[in-house]
Design a protein around this ligand. Structure first.
Ligand code: 8LE
Length: 467
């Protein structure tokens, strides 16, 4: 396999010919079984490394009676205890600043990123120069698969702050040889300026969240600019469901007249783009030689069969500063077996990651994912650009209403418009939902990850009472 060493070392002068479809042809197209053999050897080495250098793992595995040398197959690896984000947070609180899972001397940490900490204590990512470079190389490789090339100008349109996503896109685009434009996102009035700069700089590739791309399209139109005239060839996304949700995907594709790619996993396991599509199709590939992904049953945390649903559990194969070994994502997906037909012989998530286990709610016995509701309402003709999903998690029963913005064009036939969406929701979700139309621009737009679910019993009662 090309440049497959531990610890990872990359030839930074390497770059394929632009006409070449693969960055590392052999690694990406080899029989999956053969790759798995190499991955097993690598997993053992990563575990030995963590055992020697990160007290967090040694403690954890000692307690479970597991030693790296006992891992003789990928099935054995499923017995390694999982890591949860709460554990990382708690360990970091006790062992500041980077936790006892930091496996390099503090002096080697050259970059700091982290979680925003909106839901609890923030977690810091301490990244060594070696890891920074392996992430850059991995991202370049995945972005190459999306068809991004050195003559592209890549706009990074997500916050350049603690958020790994932006920096990963930045260093990947740079490594690939493209021109990088880190305009960022999130400051007042920035979106209108983004539109102007995009035109002036001849941006050809957009990176950000799907919600933000849709907001950008709206702002462009308000500025009198057709988003399709901006000259984008491609948009690639991470951070939230959307790029593999059919109606969101087609809204973006149509608005910008460009190709859409889904990618992303979790910041902790950067290169997060190891889940990245390689074709202009919904869904993502698990680039197993970068980050080994097991889709597991959420309770037992054993791999589920291909074709089944589960939660991704990630193991970094190239990280030396804070290796992640069986980190549970808490997300939901369905995976399919590798197939040579896709060109790259990696397992495939045909609908991408469609939600989080925590975000799922149950209405009259049916499991409902917010992204399924997004898909329905955003497919409606006359959809006004935003909506809110109002639920109550009652001890006895959850209930559901959806407030949907409408365009002026449908205001004369609002009743049938609402009935149409309600019908479609009933068909897709298997349960009824109250649909409440609201005027366009009622809700705030986001420049980052959307938060459309509102858990508010009083609001729900008022909406259900409204005719
Ligand atoms: C559906 C992957 C990255 C750096 O862009 C990111 O968002 O990492 P972060 O902030 O650690 O958030 C990870 C969570 O975002 C995941 O657990 C998942 O719930 C969501 N997510 C990230 N990428 C996607 C996604 N959900 N599709 C995606 N492509």
């Amino acid at each position: 396999m090309e440049q497959w060493s531990w610890p990872p070392r990359y030839d930074e002068s390497y770059r394929p010919d632009p006409a070449e479809r693969f960055w590392f042809r052999r690694r990406e197209t080899m029989p999956a079984d053969e790759r798995d053999e190499a991955i097993l050897v690598r997993i053992r080495r990563v575990m030995e490394y963590a055992w020697e250098n990160a007290p967090f793992y040694r403690r954890k595995w000692d307690e479970a009676g597991i030693h790296p040398s006992s891992i003789k197959s990928l099935a054995d690896f499923e017995k390694v205890p999982v890591v949860r984000k709460e554990e990382l947070r708690a360990d970091q609180a006790e062992n500041e600043p980077f936790g006892s899972y930091l496996a390099v001397p503090l002096s080697e940490v050259k970059h700091i990123n982290g979680t925003s900490g909106t839901t609890g204590r923030p977690t810091a990512f301490g990244i060594s120069e070696r890891d920074w470079r392996s992430v850059a190389n991995a991202h370049a490789r995945v972005m190459w698969a999306m068809g991004i090339r050195p003559d592209d100008t890549v706009l990074v349109a997500s916050p350049l702050s603690l958020y790994w996503g932006s920096w990963g896109a930045y260093i990947g685009a740079e490594r690939l040889g493209a021109r990088v434009f880190p305009f960022g996102a999130g400051t007042a009035g920035q979106t209108a300026r983004t539109v102007r700069w995009m035109r002036q700089m001849g941006v050809t590739v957009f990176y950000g969240t799907p919600s933000y791309a849709l907001h950008l399209a709206e702002v462009a139109r308000d500025e009198g600019v057709d988003p399709a005239s901006l000259g984008l060839r491609k948009l690639f996304f991470s951070g939230e469901p959307g790029a593999s949700v059919p109606s969101i995907r087609s809204r973006i594709t149509e608005a910008f007249d460009a190709q859409v790619y889904d990618s992303g996993s979790m910041a902790e396991v950067s290169p997060w783009m190891h889940l990245g599509a390689g074709s202009d199709e919904p869904g993502v590939l698990c680039w197993q030689d970068l980050v080994y992904t097991e889709v597991c049953d959420p309770t037992g945390l054993n791999r589920v069969d291909y074709g089944s649903e589960g939660t991704p559990v990630y193991t970094t194969l190239e990280r030396t500063s804070q290796p992640m070994i069986r980190l549970v994502s808490g997300d939901l997906t369905r995976w399919e077996a590798p197939s040579a037909d896709r060109g790259r012989t990696y397992p495939f998530l045909p609908r991408g990651i469609y939600g989080r286990i925590d975000d799922m709610f149950t209405v009259r016995g049916e499991n409902v994912y917010p992204s399924a509701i997004d898909d329905v309402v955003m497919a409606a003709h006359g959809y006004g650009g935003e909506h809110r999903i109002v639920i109550s998690r009652d001890s006895t029963m959850d209930s559901l209403a959806v407030q949907v913005e409408y365009e002026d064009a449908v205001s004369s036939s609002l009743e049938s418009w609402v009935a149409g969406i309600a019908d479609r929701l009933r068909t897709v979700l298997g349960v009824g939902a109250k649909v409440v139309p609201v005027r366009q621009q009622t809700f705030d737009r986001t420049e980052f990850k959307a938060r459309r679910v509102v858990d508010d019993r009083d609001l729900l009662r008022r909406l259900e009472g409204a005719s």
